[in-house]
Design a protein around this ligand. Structure first.
Ligand SMILES: CC[C@H](C(=O)O)C(=O)SCCNC(=O)CCNC(=O)[C@H](O)C(C)(C)COP(=O)(O)OP(=O)(O)OC[C@H]1O[C@@H](n2cnc3c(N)ncnc32)[C@H](O)[C@@H]1OP(=O)(O)O
Ligand SMILES: [Co+2]
Length: 133
């Protein structure tokens, strides 16, 4: 059901500053992408076997604002697991007692694919995102 690690996300106060070392190390760094529906601006650092998603708040009600208040210099925010079937994966974790975030239905993520988040308290303190591969 899990087909891979799509990305590790880092919430940052300054996207350009955050992207600079990855660019200096020769990684491919995307242009910033405003995701109004998700309340973030994202930059993807493409690596040979996964990606790093750099996240900054976008708009007033960003879901990462609280995280950055607690971690003003930034910090690792979530893991994104690629799954074959997002409904099946969501059903599996909810059957284990985990809570889905938002309205519990997949939304379209940064890659134009369905994504959903599981409450970090139900994944040993890690915020986990599923993206349908
Ligand atoms: C989908 C587009 C893009 C993509 O990849 O395609 C993205 O990834 S967008 C990423 C931004 N969107 C989201 O993160 C959506 C899901 N997240 C949320 O709904 C919130 O961030 C939430 C509910 C996880 C936390 O919100 P908030 O911090 O405002 O709430 P609390 O302060 O009440 O936190 C509750 C509890 O959880 C702990 N927490 C918060 N964030 C994290 C985290 N990233 N990792 C681990 N734990 C986290 C927080 O410390 C609280 O714990 P407590 O012990 O009660 O203090
Ligand atoms: Co993500």
């Amino acid at each position: 059901m899990i087909t891979g690690l799509n990305h590790v996300a880092i919430a940052v106060p300054d996207l350009e500053k955050a992207a600079a070392p990855y660019r200096a190390l020769g990684a491919q760094v995307s242009a910033p992408q405003d995701l109004a529906e998700h309340g973030v601006t994202v930059v993807f650092v493409t690596l040979p076997n996964t990606k790093i998603e750099l996240l900054a708040p976008f708009g007033e009600a960003s879901p990462i604002a609280g995280f950055l208040e607690k971690n003003p210099a930034g910090g690792i925010h979530h893991l994104c697991l690629e799954v074959e079937d997002i409904a099946a994966a969501a059903g599996t974790v909810t059957s284990l007692g985990a809570r889905l975030l938002g309205d519990g239905r997949p939304k379209t993520g940064a890659h134009g694919k369905p994504v959903i988040f599981v409450h970090p308290k139900d994944f040993q303190g890690a915020l986990v995102e599923f993206e349908q591969g």
